[in-house]
Design a protein around this ligand. Structure first.
Ligand SMILES: Nc1ncnc2c1ncn2[C@@H]1O[C@H](COP(=O)(O)OP(=O)(O)OP(=O)(O)O)[C@@H](O)[C@H]1O
Ligand SMILES: Nc1nc(=O)c2ncn([C@H]3C[C@H](O)[C@@H](CO)O3)c2[nH]1
Length: 220
């Protein structure tokens, strides 16, 4: 299982589609358009932060179990980032200490069950998509989800800056699996075919190093 990580709008879903097609595997997407709690959370974070987190945890866990079934399936966000989101929201006063404790214990408990469900617990590779604030805002504008636009809620500017900062440290500390970074300010794999080719080459190289891809597959 290959897991993509990165900020809101970094391009995880887009790369998941491209990469799964390239590898002939399946992509598993975060539940967004059909997530009934997400708009409630953005409208009233204090009331809905905990419920949203439980919603994501439940869906993510189900996706991980499915994605682990075959090699090189692609998951468009890691379960570890959910925790990053929630702890930041808790630090902003949007969840109580008790809610944090329940969430952390539930997450640990569920993670302990994973090896029995699917033989292995951690991803084979984490691919982290790095974007600057300006690039992520371009993507968020282009995608156009109302509740993510700072024009509709100016507090999102600080929220996004804080998340970007935490993401940097999170990636440095991440040690559950091999990892690699892609600079999405420089490599635009959605709009530029040459950049897409380069990104896939970088990933193939890493998979080959980790013996997750055979030589013949890399030459495709
Ligand atoms: N490299 C890129 N160049 C141009 N547009 C991009 C790029 N990556 C993503 N986009 C566009 O930005 C928007 C958000 O991308 P995407 O949905 O893949 O992000 P995401 O990381 O999955 O976001 P989220 O975490 O919010 O689910 C989409 O409209 C997508 O087409
Ligand atoms: N609060 C909170 N916790 C999470 O674990 C989490 N994971 C994703 N998101 C939000 C970001 C995008 O708007 C949208 C799509 O990624 O969902 C989250 N929000």
């Amino acid at each position: 299982m290959i897991v993509l990580s990165g900020m809101i709008g970094a391009g995880k879903s887009s790369l998941a589609t491209i990469l799964a097609e390239h590898l002939g595997t399946q992509a598993f997407y975060e539940q967004v358009e059909d997530n009934p709690v997400l708009p409630l959370f953005y409208a009233n974070p204090k009331k809905y932060a905990f419920l949203l987190q439980i919603y994501f945890l439940n869906k993510r866990f189900a996706s991980i179990k499915q994605a682990l079934a075959d090699d090189n399936n692609v998951l468009d966000r890691s379960i570890y980032e959910d925790s990053l989101f929630f702890h930041m929201n808790a630090d902003m006063g949007r969840a109580t200490k008790q809610e944090v404790q329940v969430y952390d214990e539930l997450l640990n408990n569920m993670m302990e069950e994973l090896p029995y469900a699917a033989h292995k617990k951690a991803p084979d590779l984490l691919i982290h998509l790095v974007v600057s604030y300006d690039t992520m805002m371009e993507h968020i504008k282009k995608r156009g989800r109302d509740y993510e636009q700072p024009e509709n809620d100016s507090s999102l500017v600080e929220y996004y800056h804080n998340l970007l900062e935490r993401y940097e440290q999170w990636y440095e500390d991440y040690d559950y699996s091999p990892k690699m970074k892609i600079d999405c300010d420089q490599l635009d794999f959605v709009e530029h075919p040459a950049d897409q080719k380069r990104v896939l080459e970088l990933i193939d190289q890493k998979l080959k190093e980790r013996a997750l891809l055979s030589q013949s597959e890399t030459n495709r």
